[in-house]
Ligand binder design. Structure first.
Ligand SMILES: Cc1cc2nc3c(=O)[nH]c(=O)nc-3n(C[C@H](O)[C@H](O)[C@H](O)COP(=O)(O)OP(=O)(O)OC[C@H]3O[C@@H](n4cnc5c(N)ncnc54)[C@H](O)[C@@H]3O)c2cc1C
Length: 304
């Protein structure tokens, strides 16, 4: 990586950043992607629902996107961007002591990270039979007994949503009282969703496939998948620190057509701009950002 002026530097080499890089390179823009190699979905066994690519591993999808973007002319560098200074047409990115690329435009595509519960053994199953996203992994639990970790309305909603695929769902509160209005309890009962309030002592299964939960007091709950939704946090605070307006959850606010942030010259795409958190959505937003960046670099007579 050189410290020359790039047309665009993209922070993050996931589906959003690499799709933006591909399209900027197609417009013959000097494009650098800086990525520190911690994709959100690295634990997942497959990326589901990406049209045209049936269930690639996260690595495979990333490799394909990288190959396509670099073949078109984008350059990739593996390090972490710590700071952005400057303004539109002359930004400087601090990416380690010896690395300070300059850029006319920036696309932030650094994603989010999941808050994962600390149940004993959960990490052995995370991404293969412990999931957080029903839209991504719901179809893979069709016909199964599925548990949802949680004690409140959000967990109840997830348990009901998963009935789209699951044979049966159970709310597992892990030692807490269920905090549900009587009406919510009535709906759960009507839909056959049961509630277990015992503490979870262990996850059972092998080779990443869950078979049951060992509950306090000796009971076992047969379950082939466990879902939770404990939220996410931005993978970096670069957007906030660069002055981009963000909502209370840390999502960067953007114009949905151009993916422009509140800071002139900085665009953002992917999980960091809000739901839905899907690889294909991230990729599409990256393309939107790339088109807008390219057009913003054309001579002034060009109207957006
Ligand atoms: C377990 C799991 C399973 C999933 N399954 C599916 C699925 O089946 N189908 C689906 O469509 N979606 C799935 N998702 C969601 C999907 O992974 C995300 O929507 C998608 O990866 C978002 O892409 P992105 O480019 O915005 O961010 P990411 O893919 O997270 O990429 C962001 C990149 O930016 C890098 N980065 C962060 N900060 C910096 C920095 N300061 N400097 C340099 N680089 C930085 C990170 O290391 C990372 O490589 C799943 C997610 C998880 C957690």
């Amino acid at each position: 990586m050189t410290d020359d002026m790039w047309d665009a530097v993209i922070v993050g080499g996931g589906p959003a950043g690499l799709s933006a890089a591909l399209w900027l390179a197609r417009y013959r823009r000097r494009t650098l992607v800086v990525d520190d190699g911690r994709p959100r979905n690295e634990a997942a066994w497959a990326v589901h629902g990406y049209p045209g690519l049936p269930d690639p591993t996260p690595d495979e999808l990333r490799s394909r996107l990288e190959e396509q973007a670099t073949a078109a002319g984008a350059v990739l560098d593996h390090c972490r961007v710590e700071r952005v200074t400057g303004s539109k047409d002359d930004f400087t990115l601090e990416a380690g002591a010896a690395r300070q690329p300059r850029a006319r435009r920036i696309i932030l595509a650094y994603g989010r990270r999941d808050r994962v519960p600390t149940l004993p053994g959960l990490r052995d199953f995370y991404g293969t039979s412990v999931f957080h996203c029903p839209d991504c992994d719901g179809p893979s639990v069709a016909g199964c007994n599925v548990s949802v970790l949680g004690h409140d309305t959000a967990a109840a909603s997830l348990a009901l949503y998963l009935l789209t695929w699951a044979r049966r769902t159970t709310m597992v509160t892990n030692g807490r009282d269920a905090e549900l209005e009587p009406e919510a309890q009535r709906v759960l009962e009507h839909e056959g969703v049961s509630i277990r309030t015992e503490r979870v002592e262990a996850l059972q299964g092998e080779a990443g496939q869950l078979s049951g939960l060992a509950l306090e007091g000796g009971a076992a709950l047969a379950t082939q998948a466990l879902f939770f939704h404990w939220g996410t946090a931005p993978a970096s605070t670069l957007g906030q620190r660069s002055g981009c307006e963000c909502d209370e959850g840390g999502d960067i606010e953007v114009d949905r057509r151009t993916m422009a942030t509140s800071v002139p010259g900085i665009h953002a795409a992917g999980d960091i701009v809000g739901h839905p958190h899907l690889a294909i959505t991230a990729a599409a937003q990256g393309v939107h950002a790339a088109l807008a960046v390219h057009r913003s670099l054309l001579p002034p007579a060009w109207e957006l």
